[in-house]
Each structure stands twice: as structure tokens, then as C-alpha cells.
Design a protein around this ligand. Structure first.
Ligand SMILES: C[S@@+](CC[C@H](N)C(=O)[O-])C[C@H]1O[C@@H](n2cnc3c(N)ncnc32)[C@H](O)[C@@H]1O
Length: 273
């Protein structure tokens, strides 16, 4: 599902030349997208976000010094934030590996380089985690929604040095279509259909799920060497994608791994020896 949308752009109330420039840049980038219909640049004056939504409910991107924030409603902005990734990176220093890192490590620890295709970028936290943890990984972070893709990629850039930034490609597309067009790139495909709720950001994840739809049909994919799926433990996703669900009793978030032996050929046999 590719979403066509209109958008409004504005700055923080306390604006400056750099924020105006970011609005201009966003205008030219978003204008070039087929999925963005009409862009309206608005003068913020002293208006609150709530006031900006009173007569017009078109999605709004606000450029602030901390990065762009996307509002679908006046309440809850969507933007790149390190929140849970920071906690995970801290825990890793105490040798407590997040499940996703453990799984990727199992697959890729002996590989000099590999491509990690995140088919469902969302807030970009999993892409960021893999990018930071595996220096030999190139990340392809795919997000179907053009505005989410824009604010998260622009937001994440601010946290990356030049070298790390070269290892991540942000793509606005439906992963099903992209993966079919670039099968040779896809070593590891990661799909996260789960709109999990965490303590400090119930609202943002809720907002993302409302705006991107949780009930999309899962289309079967085959263009990968390894597939990792994250979903709610009751989700049909594991069954639909024929992925072995790894049962974790203490949590509702489950992961599944599938190995595509046809694509791996002799490489897989070598790994098993
Ligand atoms: C649960 S969120 C992913 C959260 C993400 N793993 C993170 O670390 O923040 C799912 C995201 O996948 C996107 N999405 C769903 N189906 C997609 C598809 N077919 N192609 C690309 N993106 C998709 C949704 O728009 C949403 O932003």
C-alpha cells in the first residue's frame, strides 16, 4: 500500500534562517515525490499546533532545531528519537543482547559484509540498532509512507557521522515491490509488523499504527537469504510467511527466522560445517 498525501510545512514559533532553509529544502524534496500531492508552506506566526489543526487537518511537518516533527493530529508528533535504542545499546555494554541483535549475529558474525533490508522502517530504531552494532552491515531502510520516510530519515541523519551515514539507504517504497526489483541486494530481510507499546511512548506508536494501518494483508515474499520477522505472539504473520516462531514466554513480542536454502546454495552448507 503506497499512500498519497498532502502536507503542510512550517517552522517552530521561534524560527531562524536555518529552519526556513530546511522548509525550502523539504519543499523541493517532497515536491519531487509522486506520493505527495500538494504542499502548503504556512507562516507559523505564534499559532499553536492545536490552532493549526482547528480548520485544516492536513498532515503538518514542523521544522524545529531538534529535527522535523510530523503531526497527523495536534496531539502526538512522529519523529526520530533514540529512546529505546539508547537503552538497548546500554544493555549491550553489560552483555545483554537484544533478540534482534542475537539473531543477526547468528547469521552474519562470520560474514565480512552483508545487507540488512529493513522492510518496515517506521521510527527507524531497529535500522539504527543494526547500523550501530554491525559495522560490516549496509542498511536499506524501507518505509512506504512518504512523510514518515521523510521525517525519520532526516531525523536519523542528525545522529550519524559521515562514515556511518554512507552505510544506510533510506527508501520510500512498499518493500514487496522494492525487494522484487532488487533481489540481489537482499541478504537479510527484516519485517516488523508489530506496533508494540512501550512505557514512554505509547502515544507515538499508537499514532503510527493509526496512520499506517495495522491490518494490512501480509504478502508472501521469497527474495531473501534470511528472513527475520517480529510480531505479536498471537499474530498470523508467522504462519502466513511460514516462519518458525521462537517462543518467548515472558513477552508478547516474538521473533521468527526463516532460511531460504535455495538462495543460499553452497554458502549455507559451508556455514553448517
Ligand atoms: C511497527 S512499525 C516498525 C517499527 C520499526 N521496526 C522501528 O524500529 O521503529 C511498521 C512500519 O512499517 C511500515 N510498513 C508497513 N507495511 C509496509 C510495506 N509493505 N512496505 C514498507 N513499509 C511498510 C508502516 O508504515 C510502519 O511505519
Amino acid at each position: 500500500m503506497n499512500t498519497v498525501t498532502n502536507v503542510r510545512l512550517t517552522t517552530a514559533v521561534k524560527s531562524n534562517a536555518s529552519l526556513y532553509k530546511q522548509v525550502e529544502d523539504a519543499f523541493s524534496i517532497l515536491s519531487a515525490l509522486d506520493l505527495v500531492n500538494h504542499i502548503n508552506v504556512i507562516n507559523r506566526k505564534k499559532l499553536t499546533i492545536r490552532q493549526l489543526f482547528q480548520r485544516d487537518t492536513t498532515p503538518l511537518i514542523v521544522f524545529e532545531s531538534s529535527g522535523p516533527k510530523l503531526y497527523f493530529t495536534a496531539e502526538t508528533p512522529i519523529y526520530f528519537h533514540l529512546d529505546t535504542v539508547k537503552v538497548k545499546l546500554q544493555l549491550m555494554k553489560q552483555n545483554k543482547q537484544p533478540v534482534l541483535v542475537e539473531m543477526v549475529d547468528y547469521i552474519a558474525k562470520d560474514l565480512p559484509s552483508f545487507n540488512f533490508v529493513d522492510g518496515t522502517m517506521g521510527f527507524g530504531r531497529d535500522s539504527y540498532l543494526i547500523l550501530k552494532t554491525f559495522k560490516q552491515a549496509t542498511i536499506y531502510a524501507i518505509e512506504q509512507h512518504p512523510l514518515i520516510h521523510y521525517v525519520i530519515s532526516e531525523g536519523m541523519k542528525r545522529y550519524l557521522d559521515e562514515e556511518t551515514y554512507k552505510r544506510i539507504h533510506f527508501i520510500n517504497d512498499d518493500y514487496n515491490k522494492w525487494v522484487k526489483r532488487h533481489p540481489e541486494v537482499v541478504d537479510l530481510l527484516y519485517l516488523d509488523k508489530m506496533f508494540e507499546r512501550t512505557l514512554d511512548e505509547n502515544d507515538r506508536m499508537g499514532e503510527l499504527s493509526k496512520m499506517t494501518g495495522t491490518n494490512q494483508e501480509i504478502v508472501s515474499v521469497s527474495d531473501y537469504k534470511y528472513l527475520i520477522v517480529k510480531a505479536h505472539y498471537k499474530s498470523q504473520t508467522f504462519k502466513n510467511l511460514k516462519v518458525t516462531q521462537c517462543i518467548r514466554k515472558s513477552t508478547k513480542t516474538h521473533y521468527g527466522l526463516k532460511i531460504n536454502h535455495k538462495r543460499l546454495g553452497h554458502q549455507y552448507s559451508a556455514k553448517l560445517k
